[in-house]
Design a protein around this ligand. Structure first.
Ligand SMILES: Cc1cc2nc3c(=O)[nH]c(=O)nc-3n(C[C@H](O)[C@H](O)[C@H](O)COP(=O)(O)O)c2cc1C
Length: 231
């Protein structure tokens, strides 16, 4: 198999525009819309701008307002409109009601204490803080159909797509969202309390209004993650 980078492929189709390597990389990235420098996050000017500038907020920095009931319904509608081989809907969305956030904190704290009887105050506080941060919380559950001929892997890919669509819909509404897992994600007690038999928590998706300016995180250079297969 012969693999080549985008820049190399670009050189092969645009030979007269060859220049220094950095220049070529810049050209290739500009051609496929890779932002040279991020100046604004979650820019809602156009759908493509939003996708190119998507940036999660930090759940711990989110305050009210979160989405109202109608906005949340819309977010969940978007989240359930994802590629789904076999039309299995292999995901479920568990909205943690505002009035139940404190109860959710108790659940996490109790589950943590049961698993780690020697846990200190700080660890237990971290559980409580996790559960109560940000105005809105949706647990996304993987809801596999084991008897289906669709491989489990493909069903799980659809769950990931649902999570991303949920994030994007929240950002499209002007909120920020954050997909977190952490200890609670892998606790059998938490899974049993939230899920139906066979479900697994795919993530806790927090939504709210940011209090801090977002900053960029390292992103891979496209040349490092894209290759062209030429046969
Ligand atoms: C399945 C999954 C679980 C994650 N869990 C955590 C987590 O527990 N803590 C965390 O800091 N980031 C976690 N992240 C990463 C953040 O959600 C976020 O994607 C990351 O900070 C990059 O920001 P971006 O979404 O703006 O690209 C997780 C991401 C995925 C896909």
């Amino acid at each position: 198999m012969m693999a080549r980078t985008i820049a190399a492929a670009y050189r092969s189709v645009q030979p007269r525009r060859c220049g220094r390597l950095a220049q070529e990389r810049g050209d290739a990235r500009a051609r496929i819309g890779y932002p040279q420098r991020m100046t604004m996050f979650n820019d809602r000017s156009t759908p493509l701008d939003l996708l190119l500038t998507r940036r999660s907020g930090k759940a711990r920095d989110m305050i009210a307002p979160g989405p109202d009931a109608d906005q949340l319904t819309q977010i969940l509608r978007v989240a359930s409109r994802v590629p789904d081989h076999g039309k299995l809907a292999p995901w479920r969305f568990v909205v943690i009601a505002d009035a139940a956030r404190e109860r959710f904190a108790e659940l996490l704290e109790g589950a943590y204490r049961a698993e780690k009887p020697a846990a200190g105050k700080l660890e237990l506080k971290a559980m409580r803080d996790f559960a109560t941060q940000a105005p809105t919380l949706v647990a996304v559950m993987s809801h596999p159909h084991p008897s289906s001929h669709i491989p489990l892997w493909e069903q799980q890919l659809s769950v990931g797509a649902a999570c991303l669509n949920l994030l994007l819909a929240a950002h499209a509404q002007g909120f920020v969202a954050n997909w977190l897992t952490g200890w609670a994600n892998y606790s059998a007690a938490v899974r049993d309390a939230l899920g139906e038999p066979g479900e697994i928590v795919a993530g806790f998706l927090f939504i709210g209004t940011p209090t801090k300016e977002l900053d960029e995180r390292p992103r891979p250079a496209l040349d490092d993650v894209v290759r062209v297969w030429n046969g």
